[in-house]
Design a protein around this ligand. Structure first.
Ligand SMILES: [Zn+2]
Length: 495
């Protein structure tokens, strides 16, 4: 029986082992290369190498220790003429990936979804994508096969999307083809073919993941959806949002069903949505698991006004919900001639539009027809259009902000003027007194203006009555005093 090397080693006597240890220790302590000892042994030389036994595991060791250990491993690989790639290939797949990830090495490849996103972003056809794929392969980058791409695209888009040419109008005064400053061009519109099927599929998907909710008082037997639209980044997009989810206005919940690269003018919207309009009626009459579909509209005021067929926010009747005039809108609700104004309805809009067109469709006459100047796009009742609260609030706050800036600027100039004459340093006692007097003066001014208003009102009332009003008399007495007070303040503040 052939004896193994281990058995031979076992055969070493204790004193022999002790001697060998001593020889090696001496060698490693004093040799030129303190880590290795080459020993001739028959055909193949033997090599002794010093490898310290580490007590700390790889997770516990410091970075510098790990670097030293890696250097040792690399050297052993060089001595044994082995390859790192072979070592890696011996690892199980999950460990291989984990090791590569830890080393910051990623296999150059795109996931099928990344490939699809790249293709759609660059607008590549399958043939063009094939060329890119071949080029990437020469650089060692792995791409998804065309077959996988096709299957993936189908799973994402379904057979919903369609692109067809459509006539759009653009403002262009200089073109020789321009008519009244506008030119017409045929451009593609990308649109969902079956909006009802598309919507139902979205609801099914949300229901599958348990994301449907009936928050904010949505009746249990209803499903709410909202059609919105906006122009941005050179294109007009229309989307549908499912309201029965936690965040209905989130961008991820807005699914675009129509997009075209033109302005969102009424004419362009009408042209692009000619096939979608009848589908809105279909959507309204659709049921999902016995629940009624309720369709709302939404968007900024400009879009909402267009979809509700009125001229816009600057018309005589700017409200898309009722027939209030803009002059009445300026008054507080209590002072308006009417408490409630007639609501706009689809029927009323159609009647007024008919009258407007019959009269010749002149824009200058639009206020006679409650500013109804556009034909219908979607049959959604005006009261089903969500009021664009955010846009309105932002508009109001901006107005107040501008007013505040104008007043503050005027006041600043006033103070600076006075200070230039008086040369009081900011923060001095005189300066503080001056500011408090200035503030009193402003209050007095404001009060006197209010009193003037009240007086003129009372004067009007007085003219119609026989006995003079007591309050009028009293105010007549007070006002000159207030005027004198104001004058004295002005004098004091400037002395
Ligand atoms: Zn209104």
């Amino acid at each position: 029986m052939k004896k193994t090397k281990k058995e031979n080693l076992k055969k070493l006597k204790p004193f022999e082992r002790a001697q060998m240890n001593e020889y090696l220790r001496r060698h490693f302590a004093h040799a030129d290369d303190p880590d290795r000892l080459d020993v001739p042994s028959g055909t193949r030389p033997l090599l002794y190498h010093r490898i310290p036994i580490n007590t700390k595991t790889a997770d516990e060791a410091s970075k510098s220790t790990l670097r030293r250990r890696a250097k040792l491993g690399e050297m052993i690989r060089n001595i044994s003429q082995s390859k790192l790639s072979h070592e890696l290939s011996r690892l199980p797949d999950d460990k291989k990936a984990a090791e590569c990830k830890e080393a910051g090495v990623c296999a150059p490849h795109f996931t099928p979804m990344e490939d699809l996103a790249m293709r759609s972003y660059a607008g590549l056809t399958l043939v063009q994508y094939d060329k890119v794929k071949r080029f990437e392969a020469t650089k060692g980058i792995k791409c998804t096969s065309l077959h996988t791409q096709r299957a993936l695209k189908k799973s994402v888009v379904g057979d919903f999307l369609e692109t067809r040419p459509c006539q759009f109008t653009f403002k262009d005064d200089e073109s020789p083809y321009s008519i009244n400053g506008y030119v017409t061009k045929a451009l593609p519109v990308c649109i969902v073919k079956d909006l009802t099927k598309f919507t139902l599929q979205r609801i099914d998907k949300k229901a599958k993941f348990g994301s449907l909710t009936w928050h904010g008082g949505i009746p249990e037997d209803e499903i709410w959806v909202k059609i919105t639209g906006d122009k941005g980044g050179g294109s007009t997009k229309l989307g549908i949002q499912l309201v029965n989810v936690e965040k209905p206005n989130a961008p991820t919940n807005t699914k675009i069903f129509c997009q075209f690269e033109a302005s969102d003018s009424h004419r362009n919207l009408k042209s692009a949505l000619s096939d979608t309009a009848p589908q809105i009626d279909e959507l309204k009459s659709t049921k999902w698991h016995g629940k009624t579909m309720i369709v709302f509209g939404g968007g900024d005021y400009d879009f909402t006004a267009k979809m509700n067929r009125i001229a816009g926010a600057s018309g005589t009747h700017p409200c898309y919900l009722c027939l209030i005039t803009n002059s009445q809108m300026q008054l507080p609700p209590g002072s308006r001639i009417q408490a409630v104004f007639t609501e706009r309805t689809l029927k009323h809009l159609q009647e007024e539009y008919f009258k407007f067109m019959k009269s010749g469709g002149k824009s200058s006459q639009q206020s006679k027809y409650y500013n109804v100047i556009y034909s219908a796009i979607f049959q959604i009742e005006p009261n089903m259009w969500v009021i664009p609260i955010l846009h309105i609030t932002l508009g109001s706050i901006k107005k107040i902000h501008v007013l505040l800036i104008v007043v503050a600027h005027g006041l600043g100039i006033d103070i600076a003027n006075d200070l230039a004459k008086l040369a009081w340093p900011v923060g001095s006692t005189q300066y503080d007194t001056y500011i408090s007097q200035k503030s009193e003066l402003l209050n007095a001014e404001e009060r006197s203006l209010e009193m003037f208003d009240e007086m003129s009102e009372l004067q009007e009332q007085n003219e119609n009555e026989d006995t003079p009003c007591r309050r009028y008399k009293k105010m007549n007495h007070v006002l000159p005093k207030l005027y004198r007070l104001r004058k004295s303040f002005e004098k004091k503040s400037l002395n």
